[in-house]
Design a binder for this molecule. Sequence first.
Ligand code: SF4
Ligand code: SF4
Length: 132
Amino acid sequence: MKACNSCGKCCIKYSDGGLAASDADIEGWALFNPDIHRFVKNGEIWMDPATGESIKRCPWLTLQPAKGKNTQALYTCDIYRDRPEDCRHYPTSIEEMRRDECEMIEVRDLRDPKKAQRDLDKLMSDSRPPLG
Ligand code: SF4
Ligand code: SF4
């Protein structure tokens, strides 16, 4: 299992109507982060504050240009410390990573998905309960 390389695939895929925030996230934003809370409507994220419609691309996803010849552009999250529960919990399973072509996954993880799940759970232990 490699470290996340900020390829942005997960954010791009799930921010098109596939993300949920917990009630605690939404209450916290309402109290302390009104700029984030503006993008919530009827408990759903991310909604355009002007039109009330769902936004296709997460408004907090920023592409940082490559800094040199041998580097690649990276995606960063502008609200990383306050990101919603779904984002904090990702990646959750090896199957999900395989399906999403997450770049953390290695060939040996696919050969032994049970061990890979344990490794992933350990890696994510500060963010979510274990799955495996
Ligand atoms: S809130 Fe942050 S982590 Fe979640 S989809 Fe947007 S950019 Fe990605
Ligand atoms: S798809 Fe995987 S490697 Fe790419 S940003 Fe998401 S967690 Fe990181």
